[in-house]
Design a protein around this ligand. Structure first.
Ligand code: ADP
Length: 665
């Protein structure tokens, strides 16, 4: 069996401990032993046929080597202990013997690398560090396209940690390109970072989430340029990151819970308003609640006022000091933080208030450090006051306090407005009362005083008529009759007015009264007119009510009389009186006795319902229907004296219904 020379050389190389490699005359690797592969960090299979100079060119200047190899080949010589320094580091040098060998009719180059013990130890130490570290360390050599642009990186070295993250081993990836092994780097921006590092020489670092097998892998990495390559040191921070993310999620949850809790507290706060009462009581309850909730040293609500000099000041309406209701006081607006509040702004100075407003006597008197306030805006849009918290140390819970004050300010504005309206209404009521009393006394006095001359006119008129009637011509008699009629009408009017105006002063004495009996009495008193008008009064079952008897009799008499008076000329009047228990729509839930007095008369247009109850208001002319326009005004007054109200419904040509509502007690 003949054995070729080259295979013999291969076996020698395989046997050798030191790194050895056999190159052809173009320096392509024909055969290399394991030590060689370790020394140059090459996967065994990947080295075959690769140009040796290309393999090492990223670390060593290959030009002198090329010259050396050519020389050795040409002279068929041997060169020993040739040393060459690494491009990257002075301390990293390689030393080798190189010999040209003739075998099987060809010339080869045999390289045997010298190793000394120290470097070997250092290398194996380094190797073990690289293998055992949980940092990923890898070197990627830049690859260029035809235009000289980097389009990929070749993995020239990696320790196990990097490929392990992706379920691979170093031998699976060394020699391959990033596009083949780690295509993700072209999508997440890392490729660009590596290119930039090669081009600028500047290191970079990044944190990245890589997805592998549906799991997220977090890596923290730094990139450094090494020759034409980048060295990437990475750390798998998935555990830390997941923990951090979990904490973040828990924090978010807590924040949400806090917000919910705060919302709940604010809701409870708003709901508590209902139990606060009115006016001063409302404000002190509100402020006490704020003080309890915020633990602020002072809570103050004040309104803007003008002092004697015409300057705007704050007059407190309610003050809580250290949880207790305190005395109200006044203080100037200028020089203090409330100046901006009065201009309509929310003010928040959680600390250093006295330093910020050194001129404010209020802040220094109360020794205030933190100040937060909201303006109170009136319906006209003008600032009418403020609500504030003042604290002797720094205020921390700003957002919560701000929310409380905002809600409290809104509610206080409403209370302010309500109070103002109440005051206005009270003033108007007093004025009205005064005017009514004045009017009543005027009406009483004037009608009382008119009675005397009127009686004299009536007396002398009847005497003249009695004595001189025979001497009067027909026309004089008619004129005289008119004088008497007018005087009688006037007497009627004066009596009605006196009746109306003396009603307020008349004695009020409620007596249980059977209304059926009362109506019977009225009917008896009115027999003449009922007969004359051919009228019918139909009465249903009426209750016994507690009323002022004389007034009630007048009320019913007035309404029945009107029913007879405003009847249709050719239709006999029918007046129906009924009663029923109702629940009034006007006063929700309250029960009333409703007494209806309905007639079949001429009726009236419904839009005059309110007016007919006014004094002297008449819808029908004096020539058609005699009257004073006082009857229904008296009815209204009587019903009001009974704590009730009266309504009227009319349909012209059909009839009218007057309804008296009296509360059930
Ligand atoms: P008067 O002395 O004019 O009757 P009242 O105060 O009693 O004064 O009534 C005011 C006005 O209401 C009357 O002038 C009349 O126009 C209208 N009115 C009152 N009662 C009736 C009724 N039963 N039917 C129609 N109109 C009525």
């Amino acid at each position: 069996m003949s054995v070729s020379k080259t295979s013999t050389i291969e076996r020698i190389i395989a046997l050798a401990n030191e790194p050895m490699v056999l190159l052809d005359k173009d320096f392509a690797i024909l055969y290399a032993n394991a030590s060689f592969h370790i020394k140059f960090n090459l996967p065994e299979l990947a080295s075959k046929n690769r140009n040796f100079l290309e393999v090492i060119e990223s670390s060593f200047d290959t030009h002198p080597l090329k010259l050396l190899f050519w020389d050795v080949l040409k002279t068929k010589s041997i060169v020993k202990e040739y040393e060459i320094n690494s491009k990257n580091s002075e301390n990293n040098k390689i030393s080798f013997n190189v010999e040209a060998i003739e075998a099987d009719g060809e010339t080869f180059l045999l390289l045997a690398f010298n190793t000394n013990k120290e470097t070997e130890q250092l290398q194996s130490f380094l190797q073990s560090v690289l293998n055992s570290t949980n940092y990923g360390i890898a070197s990627y050599e830049a690859m260029y396209n035809n235009h000289g642009m980097i389009n990929d990186f070749r993995i020239t070295y990696t320790n196990p940690e990097v490929p392990r993250n992706f379920g691979l081993e170093p031998k699976d990836v060394i020699g391959k390109t990033c596009r083949e092994v780690y295509p993700g780097i072209f999508k997440n921006g890392i490729f660009e970072k590596m290119v930039k590092c090669v081009e600028t020489g500047l290191p970079d670092s990044y944190e990245i989430a890589a997805i592998h097998n549906n799991k997220t892998l977090w890596l923290n990495a730094t990139i450094e340029k090494a020759g034409n390559a980048v060295a990437v040191t990475s750390k798998n921070i998935t555990h830390e990151k997941t923990a951090a993310l979990e904490i973040e999620a828990i924090n978010a949850l807590l924040l949400n819970k806090n917000k919910e809790l705060e919302q709940q507290l604010l809701k409870e706060f708003s709901e508590s308003f209902y139990s606060y009462g009115n006016g001063e009581e409302f404000f002190s309850s509100l402020l006490l609640e704020i003080a309890t909730k915020t633990k602020m040293d002072y809570v103050l609500l004040g309104e803007v006022q003008l002092n004697e000099l015409g300057e705007e000041i704050i007059k407190s309406i309610s003050v809580i000091a250290f949880g207790e209701i305190a005395d109200n006081f006044k203080y100037p607006i200028k020089d203090g933080p409330c100046d901006e509040v009065i201009k309509g702004h929310y003010a928040c100075h959680p600390r250093d208030s006295q330093k910020l407003f050194p001129e404010s006597k209020t802040l220094s008197d109360l020794n205030v450090e933190g100040y937060i306030a909201y303006p109170l805006v009136g319906s006209s849009g003008k600032v009418i006051g403020l609500i504030s918290v003042l604290h002797q140390s720094e205020i921390h819970d700003i957002a919560y306090i701000e929310s409380l004050l905002r809600i409290a300010a809104k509610r206080s504005e409403i209370e302010f407005e309500r109070l103002q309206n109440e005051k206005l209404l009270e003033m108007k009521n007093k004025e009205l009362e005064r005017q009514n009393v004045e009017l009543a006394s005027f009406a009483y006095i004037s009608s009382h005083d008119l009675q005397e001359p009127l009686r004299k006119i009536q007396l002398f008129a009847s005497r003249i008529l009695f004595k001189e009637k025979a001497n009067f011509s027909d026309s004089s008699l008619a004129y005289f009759q008119s004088i008497t009629n007018a005087a009688n009408r006037m007497q009627n009017l004066i009596e009605s007015l006196l009746n109306y105006s003396s009603m307020d002063a008349s004695e009020i004495h409620f007596v249980p009264t059977d209304l059926n009996t009362a109506i019977d009495d009225i009917k008896n008193n009115m027999t003449d007119i009922l007969e004359k008008k051919n009228a019918r009064v139909e009465v249903g079952k009426l209750p016994t009510l507690s009323v002022i008897p004389i007034q009630f009799q007048q009320l019913l008499t007035n309404l029945i009389s009107n029913g007879l008076k405003y009847s249709k000329p050719d239709v006999p009047p029918v007046i129906k009186i009924d009663a029923e228990l109702v629940t009034s729509e006007e006063l929700v839930g309250k029960q009333f006795w409703k007494l209806d007095i309905a007639d079949n008369g001429i009726g009236f247009p419904q839009e005059y319902e309110q007016q007919i109850f006014e004094l002297f208001k008449r819808l029908h002319g004096k020539s058609d229907y005699e009257g004073t326009g006082i009857g229904l005004a008296i009815c209204k007054k009587i019903v009001q004296k009974h704590d009730g109200f009266i309504r009227a419904q009319g349909i012209p040509g059909v009839g009218s219904i007057f309804s008296i509502y009296l509360p059930v007690v």
